[in-house]
Design a protein around this ligand. Structure first.
Ligand SMILES: [Mg+2]
Length: 228
């Protein structure tokens, strides 16, 4: 079996700006007014990386403290918005059918820059936790460098399923150039999907193994993930 690792935001779901708003508020509280606020400033980055880049001169142990402070603030703000998340978040078209179809060819887990608790909250609010093994995933509080999340997820999946996953058995699905780079650096198969902030042509310029406009064509998703 393969290990299919899914990015969350822009790939599986949108929180209609609710999570971004909570993150900006948490950044304002923890980082201050100098925090970067553009939409693509965070795309494909881990939450830990965002905190590191926000404090370029701080030593690593102080960064870890700030990360913890950020995690608590951000999670608290999101929990307070749970009703809005449930009401306004949406799963992108085709996602559920794709996840169901791919169950026959691989284990599926999140690989996301979101801290684990935030990823879980977002996935719970849209009912996707039934399709993904959260304990086999890797998250933005596991490592600041997204490519380093792949071996973490592979090790967790190996422990859970009793099989090791070599690079050629791992598939990364995501909506940004950072997702593609993360897969390539690990020798994994990369599938880009243009449901986030990057148009298809821009994703294609980063040479993913496959690229899709969205996940609505289950046969196309299957072919993209499995390869030919
Ligand atoms: Mg994304």
């Amino acid at each position: 079996m393969r290990l299919i690792l899914w990015d969350v935001d822009g790939t599986l779901l949108s929180t209609d700006g609710i999570a971004a708003e909570a993150m900006r508020e948490a950044m304002r509280r923890v980082v201050g007014p100098a925090a970067p606020m553009e939409r693509t400033a965070y795309a494909g980055k881990t939450d830990w990386q965002i905190i590191r880049e926000s404090f370029p001169t701080l030593p690593p142990d102080t960064i870890a403290e700030r990360l913890q402070e950020f995690v608590e603030t951000y999670l608290g703000l999101l929990e307070a918005r749970r009703d809005a998340l449930v009401a306004r978040s949406r799963v992108f078209p085709g996602v559920v059918a794709a996840l169901e179809a791919l169950e026959t060819v691989g284990y599926q887990a999140p690989l996301t820059g979101n801290i684990a608790a935030v990823a879980q909250l977002k996935l719970e609010c849209v009912g996707l936790t039934a399709y993904l093994d959260l304990a086999a995933g890797a998250y933005g509080d596991d490592h600041y460098h997204r490519p380093d999340l792949v071996p973490i997820a592979a090790a967790r999946a190996a422990a859970r399923y009793g099989q090791s996953f070599h690079a050629n058995q791992i598939v990364i699905v995501g909506d940004t150039p950072n997702d593609i780079a993360c897969g390539k650096l690990n020798g994994a198969r990369t599938v880009a999907v243009a449901t986030g902030p990057y148009p298809l042509e821009e994703l294609l310029a980063h040479h993913p193994d496959a690229a899709l406009p969205d996940l609505t064509d289950v046969a196309a998703v299957m072919a993209a993930v499995v390869g030919t």
